[in-house]
Design a binder for this molecule. Structure first.
Ligand code: FES
Length: 292
C-alpha cells in the first residue's frame, strides 16, 4: 500500500469511527427526512434513470472547477475562468440535493462518512464562492479556488469511499448468482396464501409469494440497501420495502417506486412432486449459459 493510500485509509477509518458526527447527522436527517419515497425522491435518487443520480451529476461541477483551474494555471481567460466557477457553483445545487437524498438513507459509519463528505463540500464551495466574488474586480481569488479544489478533492475521495468501499449506491444483489437450473426451494405446503416467504436457494435469498393461484419469486435482498423484503408489506401486485419504502413488482422485480434504482432479480417458479422449485429468469429471451 502506498503512503498516500495508507494515509487516506487512516482518514476514512477515523471518520467512520467519529461518533462526534452522529449528532449533526441526526439533526441533518431530521431536517431532510421529509423527503419520503415519492416522485421527487425518485428523481433525486436516480430511480427514473436506473442508476444513482448523484455520481453522474458530480462530474458537472468538478469539470467546471477543473476547467477554471486549468485557465488559472495557464494564464488563460480570466472572465471564462470566473464563468466556469459560477457555473460550477450553480450545478453544485442539484448535485448536493441528490447527494443529500442518498445520504438520508444511510446509517452508522456510512452516515458519518457522508457528513464529513458534505462538510468538506460546504467549505470547498464556500471558498469557490469567495473566489467568484474576488474575481469580480481584478481577477484575483485564484488561491481561494485552488484551496477549494484541494478540499473538494479530499471530499471526492470520501465520496468514492462511500461508493466503492462501503457500497452506498451499489446494487446489493450485483454479485448474486441465482441457479440457472431448476432448484429446490421449499415444500409446497410451507407456502401460506398471500404471505411473503423467505427462502435461501444456493446462497441466494429469495422471496416467494403464492396468491390467487399464482406463485412468484424475486430476490429477497432489497437492491437499494439490502433490507429483507419479505418483512415488507404487500401493496397490490407489489412489495413495499420495510426500510425506505421502495416498491417492487412481485412478478417481475421491476422498481415501481424508489429510492431503489435497480430491479430485484426475477426467478421462474414451478411445483414438482410437492416441492417448489425456482431458477433464474432468462434475460431478453436468451438462454443463459448454465455454467455462468
Ligand atoms: S433497503 Fe432501502 S428501499 Fe429497500
Amino acid at each position: 500500500m502506498s503512503k498516500i493510500s495508507a494515509l487516506l485509509e487512516r482518514l476514512a477509518d477515523a471518520v467512520e469511527h467519529a461518533e462526534v458526527l452522529d449528532r449533526p447527522a441526526e439533526i441533518g436527517q431530521q431536517l431532510t427526512g421529509r423527503l419520503a419515497a415519492g416522485p421527487t425522491k425518485d428523481v433525486l435518487s436516480g430511480t427514473t434513470l436506473g442508476h444513482p443520480l448523484h455520481p453522474a451529476l458530480v462530474a458537472v461541477p468538478i469539470g467546471a472547477f477543473a476547467g477554471a483551474a486549468v485557465l488559472d494555471l495557464t494564464r488563460g481567460d480570466a472572465t471564462a475562468a470566473r464563468r466556469l466557477i459560477g457555473f460550477g457553483l450553480l450545478s453544485a445545487v442539484p448535485t448536493a440535493a441528490a447527494g443529500v437524498s442518498d445520504w438520508g438513507d444511510t446509517r452508522g459509519s456510512e452516515r458519518r462518512v457522508g457528513v464529513a463528505h458534505a462538510l468538506l463540500n460546504v467549505v470547498g464551495l464556500g471558498l469557490y464562492g469567495a473566489s467568484w466574488l474576488a474575481r469580480r474586480d481584478d481577477g484575483g481569488g485564484k488561491a481561494l479556488s485552488m484551496a477549494g479544489l484541494g478540499l473538494l478533492g479530499v471530499s471526492g475521495w470520501l465520496g468514492g469511499h462511500l461508493a466503492y468501499a462501503q457500497g452506498v449506491g451499489v446494487d446489493t444483489t450485483a454479485f448474486q448468482r441465482p441457479p440457472v437450473n431448476w432448484t429446490d426451494a421449499c415444500a409446497e405446503d410451507e407456502l401460506v396464501e398471500g404471505v411473503p416467504q423467505a427462502v435461501t436457494v444456493e446462497d441466494t435469498p429469495v422471496l416467494l409469494l403464492s396468491r390467487h393461484g399464482r406463485l412468484t419469486a424475486i430476490g429477497n435482498r432489497c437492491t437499494h440497501r439490502g433490507a429483507p423484503l419479505h418483512e415488507g408489506t404487500v401493496v397490490g401486485d407489489c412489495i413495499e420495502c420495510p426500510w425506505h419504502g421502495s416498491l417492487f413488482d412481485l412478478a417481475t422485480g421491476a422498481v415501481e417506486r424508489g429510492p431503489a434504482t435497480r430491479p430485484q432479480p426475477q426467478l421462474q417458479t414451478r411445483i414438482e412432486g410437492g416441492r417448489v422449485q425456482v431458477r433464474r429468469e432468462e434475460i431478453r429471451g436468451l438462454r443463459l449459459n448454465p455454467t455462468s
